[in-house]
Design a protein. Structure first.
Length: 202
């Protein structure tokens, strides 16, 4: 039970690491996109060159959201959660949970959708209005804050699950040693296959 729990904790740590790494990558890409949007805000004549670069980054962003998975579980793309029977999806579709069996208890692993980032592939800096460009820049900044929070949370979660794994492995080894020490010694006369417990002379 404990060793299986340790294995499950290790997998949960790997899931956390995957999300932390993905959010770090998304944050860097998003920062570049925000810089391009702000560049066009400051000088609309830059839109012709900024638009293709923005679209390329948005495509990369969408691919990261869709492609971040663990054992077939979409970790960031809420659009894929509805068909995964391993997940319990919230009513608004913003979050999902998966149970992680840890030894004699269960941990609930929470996922947060970032599928909205995929919509950025439809943005064209060549044709966007000034008002929509301002809204876009604010949205990108907001997503940047969300990604920073998620990155911090899942980095900490990975550390916690790794500690839990190590604890359960240690406990399993302690129990295994205790069980071994509780066994009768093979030199115990009661376990002899030959002879008697009491020798007789004569």
């Amino acid at each position: 039970m404990l060793r299986q729990g340790a294995k499950n904790a290790s997998e949960a740590a790997s899931m956390s690491d995957s999300i932390a790494n993905a959010t770090s990558s998304l944050s860097a890409t998003l920062s570049e996109m925000l810089a391009l949007a702000q560049k066009v805000q400051a000088d609309p004549s830059q839109s012709a060159t900024a638009s293709p670069a923005f679209k390329a980054l948005a495509t990369t962003l969408a691919a990261t959201v869709s492609g971040t998975q663990y054992n077939g579980i979409s970790l960031l793309d809420g659009d894929a959660w509805g068909t995964d029977k391993r997940l319990t999806v919230s009513g608004d579709g913003a979050t999902a949970t998966v149970p992680i069996q840890l030894g004699y208890g269960t941990s609930t692993f929470s996922l947060h959708t970032l599928s909205g980032l995929k919509e950025l592939t439809a943005v064209d800096l060549n044709t966007i209005s000034p008002a929509d460009l301002t809204t876009l820049a604010n949205s990108l900044a907001d997503y940047g804050s969300i990604l920073a929070t998620l990155n911090s949370n899942y980095t900490s979660l990975a550390t916690s699950y790794t500690s839990e794994k190590n604890f359960m492995i240690e406990q399993a080894e302690i129990l295994a040693r205790a069980a071994k020490n509780a066994l009768p010694d093979e030199t115990d006369p009661l376990l002899r296959s030959r002879g008697g417990i009491v020798s007789s002379l004569g």
